[in-house]
Write a protein that binds this ligand. Structure first.
Ligand SMILES: [Fe+2]
Ligand SMILES: [Fe+2]
Length: 268
């Protein structure tokens, strides 16, 4: 049985595969419809009172820094634009799935990677910065499945302090699969857009992807946002291949952590 078959087998034996939150399904559908715009997006958000409240509090936070009170969803969408609005919806709606008990570290890591991908994509003009946030945010969703397979063992494993690209090999030895394989299957079931599917599948092996830009960006940011980062943890050759030349790595990390912590505080 090869790695993929083993993963399918493991997933088929699980009783409670998480469902994609309905609001994300609606929002991603909207994003792919050519005629949908701000009014349609506002209508979807307004159906969910808890989401409306949370969105307004996040948009009024220091993270976005608009400097004036934003009091309506329509105003929020017109200031943020549809794509950034989508980022907030995905973050809020996925929060219960990514912050399962005992795995606060995954939630924090997902937010820091999302913020880091968006920041680097914008600052260095790498790929489409509107997609970058969601790619970074969802890159490790396969860990949800591994946690379902064996929560006790996986949570101990998640706290190990080795390089993320080494960690995934260890995962395969210990769990017979890894989070890029379980994540790809989840992404397939959830019908996520191809660019996000590729990131989930290839972020630890970006050069295996047909379009490696997005997986490579996530791979680099994934290393940068580790608390125990040391300089040779990010792949400089890979960075060159996507035209990313980071001048002051400490300043960039500091910026990402400050932005990330500010957003985390708003979301808590
Ligand atoms: Fe990963
Ligand atoms: Fe990661």
């Amino acid at each position: 049985m090869d790695n993929e078959d083993k993963t399918i087998d493991l997933i088929n034996n699980l009783k409670d595969i998480p469902a994609m939150p309905n609001i994300i399904v609606k929002v991603l559908k909207l994003m792919h419809s050519e005629t949908a715009g701000a009014p349609e997006m506002a209508a979807v958000i307004k159906c969910d009172q808890a989401l409306c409240t949370k969105m307004l509090s996040i948009i009024n936070s220091a993270y976005y820094g608009f400097g004036k009170q934003i009091t309506s969803i329509n105003m929020a969408i017109s200031l943020l634009g549809i794509k950034k609005t989508k980022n907030i919806i995905v973050t809020v709606a996925m929060s219960p799935l990514l912050s399962f008990q005992g795995a606060k570290s995954l939630w924090r890591h997902s937010i820091l990677t999302a913020v880091g991908c968006e920041y680097i994509a914008e600052k260095y003009n790498i790929g489409n910065s509107d997609d970058a946030f969601v790619m970074g945010f969802l890159h490790d969703i396969g860990k949800i499945v591994l946690n379902l397979i064996d929560a006790e063992r996986y949570q101990i494993f998640m706290n190990s302090q080795v390089h993320p690209d080494t960690n995934i090999q260890e995962e395969r030895l210990k769990f017979d699969t890894d989070h890029s394989s379980t994540g790809s299957l989840l992404a397939l079931r959830w019908q996520l857009p191809d660019i996000i599917k590729d990131v989930i599948r290839y972020h630890h092996y970006p050069l295996k992807a047909k379009n490696f830009l997005a997986p490579a960006l996530v791979n680099i940011v994934n290393a940068l946002v580790q608390d125990n980062f040391v300089d040779d943890w990010y792949d400089k050759e890979l960075a060159k291949m996507i035209n990313l030349h980071i001048d002051d790595i400490d300043a960039v990390r500091k910026e990402i952590f400050e932005k990330g912590e500010a957003l985390l505080q708003e979301l808590s």
